[in-house]
Design a protein around this ligand. Structure first.
Ligand SMILES: Cc1cc2nc3c(=O)[nH]c(=O)nc-3n(C[C@H](O)[C@H](O)[C@H](O)COP(=O)(O)O)c2cc1C
Length: 224
């Protein structure tokens, strides 16, 4: 499965089987995490076989069950760190999909378990990503017309359209999709957030930029 096929196949999955993540897949994911942390200064960590973050006793959080593995998306605070968490977290989500695993970004409905991960001075957990073998493959969210997600003063080129088509398949917090891509002169593209009451827009922006690049083809444009 290619990353583009993974974009089509991925949906948030909230129910997982007890099957552990295979050692070879853990090694591939950890190798990628090492590169991301070195490149961005983030502190992404893979937590395996730890059921407490998603077992809330009487409270049933956001329909999750069977989550024993998750990525801790830790980094410093700030817009740039948040966008990096979104961009690189989504690369890990798509990698997981190509490995036959399922995922769900989670901003609210989990507990931070002391000892399961570590934070350096000044770092925070921005969110986690549930990871494992899904009981199902999730459900596609309803797609809105692509015209809602861009501004352009000329007919849009095919690569731009393909970028938006990939971006609207991306996960966003509460499916808010508060983003817009603006086609500029010289095949430059600006990506921006729009007003949200739910927050998480900088993480969402990183996620949709990851999808846009894969859909449009990195060589066809430059970020403005
Ligand atoms: C930053 C972020 C935070 C999220 N937080 C939660 C959460 O706390 N609980 C939950 O059930 N889903 C959460 N989601 C998943 C979204 O609800 C989901 O991506 C969206 O509804 C679109 O559905 P899809 O991922 O299946 O395409 C989150 C997604 C993102 C990107």
């Amino acid at each position: 499965m290619t990353e583009l096929e993974a974009i089509q196949a991925r949906h948030s999955v909230r129910k997982y089987t007890e099957a552990p993540i295979e050692e070879a897949k853990v090694a591939i994911i950890n190798n990628e995490i090492g590169k991301i942390n070195a490149l961005t200064g983030s502190h992404v960590q893979l937590v395996l076989d730890e059921p407490k973050a998603f077992s809330s006793g009487v409270l049933k959080y956001g329909q999750f069950s069977g989550v024993r593995n998750y990525l801790v998306m830790a980094a410093h605070k700030g817009k740039e760190a948040e966008e990096n968490i979104g961009y690189h977290g989504e690369r890990l989500v798509l990698l997981a999909q190509t490995l036959g695993l399922n995922t769900c970004w989670v901003g609210l409905t989990y507990k931070k378990i002391p000892g399961a991960f570590s934070l350096a001075e000044g770092e925070v957990v921005h969110c986690v990503i549930a990871l494992g073998h899904g009981v199902n493959q999730g459900v596609a969210h309803t797609l809105k017309p692509i015209e809602k997600f861009y501004e352009a003063d000329r007919a849009v080129p095919d690569w731009f359209k393909a970028g938006i088509e990939a971006a609207i398949l991306a996960p966003t917090a509460v499916n808010q999709q508060k983003f817009k891509f603006i086609l500029k002169d010289g095949d430059k593209v600006e990506a921006k957030t729009t007003f949200s009451v739910a927050g998480y827009t900088n993480i969402d922006l990183g996620i949709v930029k990851c999808h846009f690049e894969l859909g449009a083809g990195k060589d066809n444009f430059k970020w403005a």
